[in-house]
Design a protein around this ligand. Structure first.
Ligand SMILES: Cc1ncc(COP(=O)(O)O)c(C=O)c1O
Length: 374
């Protein structure tokens, strides 16, 4: 197989071109066209939520959600140390300080047993991240949040359509955030959404997203609060609506990819997969593996180099939040030990994972990994 296999590419297999063309032809290319509302309605319903607020990416979705909850300077917010840095940045934008909790070595999600020791009188919220599309143990997180009077903001950026106890991600918490970056299971190119059931939170998100223009008053260009321009354009929403129409199809492709990788590689010594949370449907945003160099016979970096020579693209797993100079300089406590996060960062990487990857490519990639094992 000679073609280069990218780590991900979007699958745009439905009405995307028709809807975008319609938006261009009618001139509704900014944020006022019909697709924004239709996408918000369709995607929030898909998640089992009453309201959705479309924004321009997943990072600002998190910032908007935290702002709507009134989180700010003097507060602390608990996040997993193993996440994409956007989770931490969003907390920093509010002036609050992110506090890190290590990952579980099997599920790679926040280790729920370590959360309570990080709670202080300043803690206001927990942000569970459904990492790689694996929904967190939300009952356990909810019982801690209830006991300590904390909000839960789900970071579901990687988990469109994932389920926990039969309910979709986005519907387990006070407010939840999605990313629609091009590598996500549902994409708008760049984009994000905040979903929730509470009408007051919905109004606050709409208000802050659009410069704090009053929601129910004429535009006199007088503003009472500092707002943001986090609007999504009608062009992006047109793609998002088309993607949402096929959400289960895209999701099921990713799940099928993951099953095939697992079947092909489960007996390969030193290749370790993420374990699904109990009672959950993991949507496997990115097929990630950990290399145990003792058992595999090569390090992670040696395997990545070999895959590259065979035309196979990969990406490293995230580096832990405690390793980030930016967060240390911001004032985060980065001194503790995060052994599971370190293990994931140092030994893990993603394999090609696009929804339209195809079983022939997965078989080829798996055979290259097996043939390189010593
Ligand atoms: C866990 C997590 N949170 C937040 C984000 C931020 O999303 P965006 O890139 O759309 O800003 C990402 C992006 O990949 C992510 O993986």
């Amino acid at each position: 197989m000679s073609d280069f296999i990218p780590v991900c590419e979007p699958m745009l297999a439905g009405n995307e071109i028709d809807y975008v063309t319609e938006a261009v032809k009618t001139g509704w290319i900014s944020s006022s066209g019909k697709y924004v509302g239709q996408f918000e309605e369709a995607f929030s319903s898909y998640c089992g939520c009453r309201y959705g607020v479309a924004v321009c990416n997943g990072t600002v979705a998190l910032h908007l959600a935290l702002t709507a909850l009134g989180i700010g300077a003097g507060d602390e917010v608990i996040i997993p140390s193993f996440t994409m840095i956007a989770t931490a940045y969003a907390v920093c934008y509010t002036g609050a300080v992110p506090v890190f909790v290590d990952a579980d070595k099997n599920t790679w999600n926040i280790d729920v047993s370590l959360i309570e020791e990080k709670i202080t009188p300043k803690t206001r919220a927990i942000i569970p991240v459904h990492i790689m599309g694996n929904p967190c143990d939300m009952d356990a997180i909810k019982s801690i949040a209830d006991k300590h009077g904390l909000y839960i903001v789900e970071d579901a950026a990687e988990a469109h359509g994932a389920e926990y106890k039969g309910k979709k991600t986005g519907s387990f918490s006070d407010i939840a955030c999605f990313s629609f970056f091009a590598n996500k299971n549902i994409t708008t190119g760049e984009g994000g959404m905040v979903v929730m059931n509470d009408e007051e939170l919905y109004k606050k998100c709409r208000y802050h997203k659009n410069m704090c223009f009053p929601l129910d008053a004429p535009r006199n260009y007088l503003h009472n609060d500092i707002g943001f321009n986090y609007r999504m354009s009608n062009l992006h929403a047109a793609i998002g609506l088309a993607q949402t129409e096929l959400a289960d199809k895209y999701r099921d492709h990713r799940i099928a990819n993951a099953k095939l990788y697992f079947e092909n590689l489960k007996d390969c010594p030193g290749i370790v997969f993420q374990t699904d949370e109990k009672d959950s449907l993991n949507v496997h945003w990115m097929n990630s593996i950990i290399v145990d160099p003792e058992k595999y016979g090569h390090t992670r970096d040696e395997l990545i180099g070999y895959l590259k020579l065979q035309g196979i693209d990969t990406r490293l797993l995230f580096n832990g939040m405690h390793r980030q100079k930016a967060l240390k300089d911001f004032g985060c406590d980065c001194d503790g030990d995060y052994p599971v996060t370190d293990m994931l960062s140092d030994n893990g990487f993603y394999l090609p994972s696009a929804s339209n990857l195809g079983s022939d490519k997965i078989d080829y990639i798996s055979s290259v990994i097996k043939e390189f094992a010593k």
